[in-house]
Design a protein around this ligand. Structure first.
Ligand code: HEM
Length: 403
């Protein structure tokens, strides 16, 4: 199947598989026409934004551009529709602020810092087992167990349930992806139903026997959050809270494997760990796309947008805009400033950015300390067939001179 991007000026035709492998040439062609242009892609008409300035402007203007209320295609999928309508990601204005303020209490920098020793402990104990094997899959054996254990601990769900989180989170990622099909939506609807039942039970138990976790703390605020919102928030945190961070960690390992000189530079200066994660966020952003709808007629960069127009913000493209980033297609960990848009901007700015950064930095610091050298087992990298996310299916590496 082809991805056809049709504008007044030009038609860009690309094999869907080629786009999933490497979306950056398409982004560049689109930006070459205009940083914001009207067209259609995968039969979705709308404005496609590839320019950094234009994407930031739209993200910062919630009174002009709000989140698309709900993907239209979810209408007939009851579980999905119900859950998404209570998720802060799909809410606006007052309802959004109220819920976000409440949940944010669990993700303040001070609160997240408390998880640092736990994150470091999990990272090292995973590596203790993996480096003996000398070859392992970064996605399923390292990044996934790390992030799912962390989010399971924060929410306060039993450790033994975390394997089910992977199935749930990955199906749900598919359902919010731009390329979703009816088959994946049906499956996602069924899984959301399961997650709904699962969290109903967890919440019931915690009501009777509260602990010191986020769900128990939110239950105490029951005058400010409804039961449905609590279930939907838990589901959102399972999806948002680990799948994207798995991708950030895996994309980091891949970026350094492909840029050995940058790995050597990092080995000579470990203060570059945090900037390296920012550069991976820019260079191979886990979230490539988000969407908005225009609430009023307005003009952006000389283009007239009409109320109701759909807008697709291509964050992965904005992060490689040459007007903002020098040598945008190169992976350079020593950049002076990396103001990427990978966590969004404005009212919906990622609630878990501090946690995601902490997990990825801990993972990279531990890999740096424990693996002197590593290489990819195969140069054939398999990306999942998603348009909105940069997500590896697997990433096998061989390790050398470990400690
Ligand atoms: C929102 C990216 C990790 C929770 C967002 C948005 C982006 C994003 C781009 C904004 C979407 C929009 O405005 O349309 C990422 C990336 C991550 C990551 C790239 C990892 C590398 C996390 C983690 C959590 C989390 C670890 C929680 C534990 C959320 C929530 C929202 C959100 C709840 C919705 C905020 C709102 O609507 O106000 N994320 N995220 N994310 N993220 Fe993340």
């Amino acid at each position: 199947m082809n991805i056809v991007s049709r504008t007044k000026e030009k038609q860009i035709r690309l094999k869907r598989e080629d786009f999933m492998e490497n979306p950056y040439p398409l982004y560049e062609s689109l930006r070459g026409i205009s940083p914001i242009y009207k067209g259609s892609m995968l039969k979705q008409p709308g404005w496609f934004v590839t320019g950094y300035k234009e994407a930031a402007l739209i993200l910062k203007e919630p009174s002009f551009f709000t989140r698309i209320p709900l993907p239209r295609s979810t209408e007939k999928y009851g579980h999905l529709k119900r859950a998404q309508s209570k998720m802060m990601l799909y809410m606006n204005n007052h309802d959004h602020r109220k819920l976000r303020l409440l949940v944010n209490k669990g993700f303040t920098p001070k609160q997240v810092e408390e998880f640092k020793p736990l994150i470091e402990k999990i990272t090292h104990s995973l590596l203790d087992e993996l480096i003996v094997k000398k070859e392992f899959d970064v996605v399923s054996e390292f990044a996934f167990p790390l992030t799912s254990l962390v989010i399971a601990t924060i929410l306060g769900v039993p450790e033994e349930d975390r394997k089910r989180f992977r199935v749930w989170a990955s199906a749900l990622l598919q359902s919010i992806d731009f390329s979703r099909s009816h088959k994946t939506l049906e499956e996602s609807d069924r899984l959301i139903g399961e997650l709904n039942d699962y969290f109903t039970l967890v919440i019931d138990k915690k009501r009777k026997k509260p602990c010191n976790d986020l769900i128990s703390k939110l239950i105490k605020e029951e005058d400010k959050i409804t039961n449905e919102e609590l279930i939907a928030t838990s589901i959102l945190l399972v999806i948002a809270g680990h799948e994207t961070t798995v991708n950030l960690i895996s994309n980091t390992v891949l970026a350094f494997a492909k840029h050995p000189a940058q790995w050597e530079l990092l080995k000579s200066d470990s203060s570059l760990v945090a900037p390296s994660i920012e550069e991976v966020l820019r260079y191979e952003s886990p979230t490539q796309l988000t969407a908005r709808v225009a609430m009023k007629d307005t003009e952006i960069a000389g283009h007239q947008l009409t109320s109701g127009d759909q807008i697709y913000l291509m964050l992965g493209a904005a992060n490689r805009d040459p007007e903002v980033f020098e040598k945008p297609n190169e992976f350079i960990i020593s950049r002076k400033s990396i103001p990427h848009l990978s966590f969004g901007m404005g009212a919906h700015f990622c609630l878990g950015s501090t946690l995601a950064r902490l997990e990825a930095q801990a993972a990279l610091a531990a890999l740096l300390q424990r693996l002197n050298t590593y290489e990819l087992v195969s140069n054939q990298i398999k990306w999942r067939k998603l348009m909105g996310f940069r997500s590896l299916e697997q990433l096998r590496i061989k390790t050398f001179n470990t400690s």
